[in-house]
Design a protein around this ligand. Structure first.
Ligand code: DX5
Ligand code: ZN
Length: 211
């Protein structure tokens, strides 16, 4: 069963509570929260305060995607705010193994995200320490970009590396019914989608189409 994780980046922030409740009622399996610091990516979104507010509106798992230069300094903030998963970019962690241990010691699930140009090989020695791999299928920073199809091969390879481990493979960026199906065929378990979930305002039908 594929999981659908709407990204609230495409939500109307002037009515965030209604948006979160609507996503839950429309059948979202978890909510994806894109934290951007204006340094690591050329966009600035929100921090723990907004995540805490979202936490108060829903019981869905909160999947926090940190696109920040120094995630190590911020992990505790996001756990305190109510994150269930924290995903860091491998490219931002000089001591990835240690970062993953810290995330687990804080009591939440640990994910590693890979930019389109980053090889899955960086995962080789942390495979037993991850709950989630987030394959970026666009360059991080903005919603509404075009899916990078070369990433399908990476999903396939990570699937092979997984063997009998239980971590999930999540994809993020340019996911719609067609690209989502290609990712699932390649081995993805979780589809993140912003544009495709919010387009036209019928979240239920949009989530159904992705599933
Ligand atoms: C991009 C973010 C994504 C973004 C996806 O850096 O990580 O989660 O919201 O948006 P769409 O689905 O519009 O490509
Ligand atoms: Zn994301």
């Amino acid at each position: 069963m594929v999981c659908i994780a709407p990204s609230i980046l495409s939500a109307d922030f002037s009515k965030l509570r209604e948006e979160v409740i609507a996503l839950e009622q429309a059948g979202a399996d978890m909510l994806h929260l894109d934290v951007m610091d204006g340094h690591y990516v050329p966009n600035l979104t929100f921090g723990p305060q907004i995540i805490k507010a979202v936490r108060e509106c829903t019981r869905l798992p909160l999947d926090v995607h940190l696109m920040v230069t120094s995630p190590d300094e911020m992990l505790e903030w996001f756990v305190a705010a109510g994150a269930d998963n924290i995903t860091v970019h491998a490219e931002t962690c000089p001591h990835l193994d240690k970062t993953l241990q810290t995330i687990h010691s804080l009591g939440v699930k640990a994910g590693v995200s890979l930019n389109p140009e980053t090889s899955e090989k960086v995962l080789e020695y942390v495979l037993d320490k991850i709950d989630l791999v987030l394959v970026m299928t666009v360059n991080p920073g903005f919603g509404g970009q075009t899916f990078i199809k070369e990433q399908l091969q990476k999903i396939n390879r990570i699937c092979e590396m997984r063997q009998d481990r239980h971590f999930k493979i999540e994809v993020d960026g340019g996911i719609n019914a067609q690209t989502g199906a290609e990712c699932v065929a390649a081995g993805a378990d979780i589809l993140v989608a912003g544009t495709a979930v919010f387009a036209g305002g019928n979240y239920k039908d949009n989530i159904k189409a992705l599933r």
